[in-house]
Ligand binder design. Structure first.
Ligand code: ADP
Length: 191
């Protein structure tokens, strides 16, 4: 099994690059943002709870997203590997993920961290908001709240993987194809 984490602030291109990576490497894509939006569109109780946090640009409580990832792992017993996108976003989530993967004897191979300047992030998110239909993308205040959550709770997750020599920084600016190539180069070294 080959498991990777695509890491980076909101708007760093994780979703775009994930699509390309899963098709090249045959991985199962697990995006907590997509899973949460799916729950919201079905108006489940989990979705309704999550929406209150997401609308404000805050992180959804750890137990909610950890439970969701745990079920998604169980639902895909024959996956060749997983690409985690938008997860883990806190230290507690990182530890929980390690425990879940230990049960499968399939550790994280690498955490690829996309590096993008803050001005570029805000520009990209506002642009995405014009077409994505995501209410958290067309309000600059909510975008700033998401970036603050990233700095206060999520950025330290990179240190967790650095301790295990699994963190790799990727320049997240340039064309989509250039960034994809940088990611593939790092993945191919570890596969
Ligand atoms: P982006 O990274 O562009 O903000 P996502 O689709 O990954 O977009 O996430 C959208 C929102 O969903 C986040 O702002 C947060 O409220 C919630 N969310 C997604 N993943 C997690 C997670 N692992 N832990 C807590 N909240 C999450």
């Amino acid at each position: 099994m080959f498991n990777i984490i695509l890491f980076g602030p909101p708007g760093s291109g994780k979703g775009t690059q994930s699509e390309k990576l899963i098709s090249k490497y045959g991985l199962k894509h697990l995006s907590t943002g997509d899973l949460l939006r799916h729950e919201i569109s079905r108006q489940t109780s989990l979705g309704k709870e999550a929406q209150n946090f997401m609308d404000k640009g805050h992180l959804v409580p750890d137990e909610v997203v950890i439970g969701m990832i745990s079920s998604a792992l169980d639902e895909n017993p024959s996956a060749k590997g997983f690409l985690f996108d938008g997860f883990p976003r806190t230290s507690a989530q990182a530890e929980a993920l390690d425990n879940l993967l230990q049960l499968k004897n399939a550790p994280i191979s690498a955490m690829l961290a996309m590096d993008v300047t803050e001005d570029e992030l805000i520009k990209r998110l506002l642009k995405r908001g014009e077409t994505s239909g995501r209410s958290d993308d067309n309000n600059e205040e909510v975008i700033r709240a998401r970036i603050i959550e990233y700095h206060t709770k999520t950025a330290i997750v990179a240190d967790y993987y650095k301790k295990f020599n699994k963190a790799v920084m990727i320049n997240g600016e340039g064309t989509i194809d250039d960034i994809f190539e940088r990611l593939c180069t790092e993945i191919d070294k570890r596969i």
